[in-house]
Design a protein around this ligand. Structure first.
Ligand SMILES: [Zn+2]
Length: 204
C-alpha cells in the first residue's frame, strides 16, 4: 500500500492518525478573510490556505477562474460592512491600522493563496487592481519547509495571514494565536515526517 492510498483527514489532509483538527479553536476575527485560491491549489496536500479555513471562522473562499468568480469577488469588494484590502507583501503597502481609523470599519482582507508567480498575475486582474495593498511590518524566518521557497523571506499563506492578524490585533487573537501556531508547527512536522524531509535548519 503506497503512501498516497493512506486515509487522510479531509480537513487538514494529514493521514488520519496525525490529524490536528480535533480541539482546534475556530477563531472569529472582526476582520474577514477572502481567500482567493484555485481547485488546483486546493488539491495540493501542503496547501496552507486550507488550514486557515479550519482555524478561522470569518473566512470565505473564491476559486479563481471558476464560473462566477469575478461576481463573487465584486460582491465581496462592495460589502458595506468592511473595507476591502489586498494582502501583498511587496511595497508600497498601506498601514492596516490607518485604514481602519479612516473608515471606522474592519477589513475584508483578500489573500492570494497560490504560488508566488500566480499571485503576481492575480494581483493584476482588473477586478483586484484598485484595492489598497496591506503588508506585514516584520517578517520572521519561514517555518514552512515543505515547498521550495522562491525568496529568503517567503512565508506560506498560513504564516503570513496569522502574522498580519497579530499585527492588526483583532480582539481575542492573542489568546488563540499561540494555540493556532502550535497546531501549524505540528502539521508541518507531520507532513515533513511523512515525506522523509529533514532539514537541519528547520526552525521548530
Ligand atoms: Zn484533520
Amino acid at each position: 500500500m503506497g503512501k498516497s492510498s493512506k486515509e487522510r483527514c479531509i480537513k487538514c489532509r494529514l493521514i488520519i492518525q496525525d490529524c490536528i483538527c480535533r480541539d482546534i479553536p475556530t477563531f472569529w476575527a472582526e476582520h474577514k478573510i477572502t481567500l482567493l485560491t484555485s481547485k488546483k491549489e486546493e488539491r495540493i496536500i501542503s496547501n496552507t490556505g486550507r488550514l486557515l479555513r479550519c482555524m478561522l471562522g470569518n473566512i470565505s473562499t473564491v476559486y479563481m477562474g471558476e464560473k462566477g468568480w469575478q461576481k463573487a469577488v465584486e460582491s465581496e469588494i462592495t460589502r458595506t460592512d468592511y473595507t476591502p484590502v489586498i494582502f501583498f507583501p511587496i511595497p508600497p503597502v498601506c498601514d492596516g491600522h490607518s485604514i481602519m481609523e479612516n473608515t471606522g470599519k474592519p477589513l475584508n482582507i483578500f489573500v492570494l493563496d497560490t504560488s508566488w508567480k500566480n499571485a503576481r498575475r492575480w494581483l493584476h486582474k482588473p477586478v483586484l487592481m484598485n484595492l489598497k495593498k496591506v503588508g506585514i511590518k516584520t517578517v520572521p524566518p519561514s517555518e514552512y519547509i515543505l515547498r521550495k521557497q522562491s525568496a529568503e523571506n517567503y512565508l506560506c499563506t498560513f504564516q503570513a495571514v496569522t502574522l498580519l492578524m497579530a499585527e492588526l490585533r483583532p480582539k481575542g487573537f492573542d489568546s488563540v494565536s499561540f494555540q493556532i501556531h502550535e497546531k501549524f508547527k505540528l502539521w508541518v512536522k507531520s507532513l515533513a515526517r511523512e515525506r522523509g524531509l529533514t532539514r537541519t535548519t528547520a526552525r521548530f
